[in-house]
Structures are given as C-alpha cells and as structure tokens.
Design a protein around this ligand. Structure first.
Ligand code: SAM
Length: 277
C-alpha cells in the first residue's frame, strides 16, 4: 500500500500500488493489449500520444511497434519507473501532469504531427472519462483519431441512437463532431485490480470542420446542455430562454418532444437557426 495515499489503504482488496482515486486499473491481458495495438495500427510518422501510460502496458508494445511516443501521466510515483523501463522499448517523451491541462493543439504543433494532427490513445481513468472526452473535443481539429478503453456502458452511451434510453448529452456532443465506432469489449479480468464493470475499446474520428457544419459551437453546446439538463421535460420547457416553441418548430422539431427523441442532425439544425437569429 502506498502510505502517501491513505485513501487507497482504506480500500479493501485494492491492488497494492494501484491508486483508486486515479482510476488505476492496469491492463495485463496480452491478447487484449495486442488487439488494441492492432486497432491503433500506428503508421510511420504518426504522432502518437498516450493518456495515462500507468505501468506501460500499452506504452511498451506501442514503443516497440512505433519507436517513439509521447505520454501524459499524472501519478508522479510512476514517472521514474516508466522512464527507466521505457528505455528498453523505444523513445518515450513523458509529460508529467494532468491531461486536462495539456493543450493538444499546441502539442500537435510542437510534435510536428502529420497534417497538424496527433493520434490519441489510452486506457482512460474511468472517473475522468467524460472530462477527457470533452477536452479532446475542444481540440478536435488537432486530433486525427482516438482509441480509448472506457467503461462499456459509456461506450454504449457514446454510440447510441436517438430514442435509446442512454442517448444523452455525451452522445450528441461526440457524434456531432466525430464518428464513434465501438470496437470490442474487455472483461474485468483483463485488468489488475479488476474493475467492477465490463470495459470496451472505442475509436473516435473527428469529422472535418466543413462536415460538422455547426455555426456556433458554444451555442450548440449550450442548447445540448439545456435540452438534456432535465431530460424528462419537453423541449418547449427545457429550452426556455434559449428557443421558444415557434423557433423549435421552425427547425422541424416538435416542441413537445423530449431531447432523447431528437437526432443529432436536428439539434445541429436547431442550433444553427438560433445562431442566425
Ligand atoms: N495505460 C495503463 C494500462 O493500461 O495499464 C494504465 C491505465 S489506468 C486505467 C489510467 C492511468 O491514467 C493511470 O496510470 C493513472 O495514473 C492515469 N491518470 C489518472 N488521472 C490522470 C490525469 N488527470 N492525467 C493523466 N493521467 C492520469
């Protein structure tokens, strides 16, 4: 147990050395690791950036395959061991800090990434997965694609269609800016310690700006937040102060519908009508 983190010491059965509050569930299943590397399929020149390398489960095979990568790790206890172990596999550039503080657009420029776009990968800390996804979205123009391990339930939410119970703010925000492709599920036993839930690997590919077609991204985000803020409300009520019933109806959406019934494209249409006054 790590004495500097009494929280972990208090968690019964928690794997020695793994910090629960940092979402540390380390991958150990070789087959799963190989499948992830294969899904990423690094190409010569790619600027790979890994979020949360941990003890190197993905980092080292990726280094062996690709030669070099940049990784961002928050846990300072892991920095020195990672750097030391990485030397046998390739050239690791470690950013020591919080991924939410990393400007991916500046990083892509700094790494001279092909087309100005990095490739993001990671077995994400599950407690931070939504903030990390939104942070990545804010830098979508500097990201070629993303391969993430997440809770299976989150991947289902990300990939769901309107009408589904799990269709929500995360779904609409992601699908408006990226294609979302679930790749495969991973059982708890592939990790140490084993999480309580199934996991899944997902691929996200940001859409070209012209294809996104959102005129005012801040307004779009505002509309989606309000629409799903109280998901049981009709849009007429949920969007009060943002759009009245005639404005909602003029975008081809029933003001008496609820947010979960509305396709992503219709939300884009509504926000664009509101943006143009
Ligand atoms: N990639 C390793 C693996 O697959 O075994 C570790 C994955 S573990 C689920 C998540 C990793 O993210 C941990 O190493 C954790 O310390 C790191 N982490 C947690 N919060 C972070 C943050 N805010 N910024 C960067 N890394 C973070």
């Amino acid at each position: 147990m790590n004495r500097r983190h009494p929280v972990d010491a208090a968690a019964p059965g928690f794997h020695a050395g793994a910090k629960k509050h940092l979402g540390q569930n380390f991958l150990h299943e070789r087959g799963v690791i190989a499948k992830i590397v294969q899904a990423i399929d690094p190409q010569p020149g790619d600027a790979l950036v890994e979020i949360g390398p941990g003890q190197g489960a993905l980092t080292f095979p990726l280094l062996e395959r690709h030669g070099a990568l940049t990784a961002i790790e928050f846990d300072r206890d892991l920095h020195a061991p990672l750097q030391a172990a990485a030397r046998a596999h390739g050239e690791l550039r470690l950013i020591e800090g919080d991924v939410l503080g990393v400007d991916f657009t500046a990083l892509a420029a700094e790494l001279d990434a092909p087309g100005g776009r990095i490739r993001l990968v990671g077995n994400l800390p599950y407690n931070l997965s939504s903030p990390i996804l939104f942070h990545a979205l804010a830098h979508a123009g500097a990201i070629a694609d993303m391969h993430f391990m997440l809770q299976k339930e989150v991947v289902e939410r990300m990939a769901s269609a309107h009408g589904s119970k799990v269709y929500g703010r995360l779904t609409v925000m992601l699908q408006a800016f990226a294609t979302v492709t679930p790749l495969f599920t991973v059982p708890p036993g592939a990790f140490r310690p084993a999480p309580k839930v199934d996991s899944a690997v997902v691929r996200l590919v940001p859409l070209p700006v012209a294809q996104v077609g959102i005129h005012d991204p801040a307004l779009f985000a505002h509309v989606i937040r309000a629409a799903f803020g109280q998901r049981r409300k009709t849009l007429r009520n949920a969007l009060k102060g943002l759009a009245d019933a005639p404005a909602i109806e003029s975008a081809g959406i029933s003001a008496d519908a609820r947010a979960e019934q509305i396709p992503v494209a219709a939300f884009v249409h509504l926000a664009n009508r509101l943006a143009s006054g």
